[in-house]
Design a protein. Structure first.
Length: 63
């Protein structure tokens, strides 16, 4: 988000998280794909055009 809309801010207040059991890589059939995507987002951090390209790929239906 920082790359596309500017530096985030932290707010005071309550936040809720719905608990779920930890799955981990062994229990997640999409782990490898998700991790490769994470690495691409991490590499695009701070580069607005690269980040927008990732978004365009998703909008075009690329996995």
């Amino acid at each position: 988000m920082d790359t596309l809309v500017g530096e985030h801010i932290r707010l005071d207040g309550m936040m809720y998280h719905f608990w779920h059991p930890f799955v981990g890589p062994q229990g997640n059939p999409h782990y490898e794909h998700n991790y490769r995507l994470f690495e691409r987002y991490r590499a695009a951090r701070g580069d607005r055009e690269s980040m927008n390209e990732l978004i365009r790929e998703k909008q075009a239906g690329k996995p």
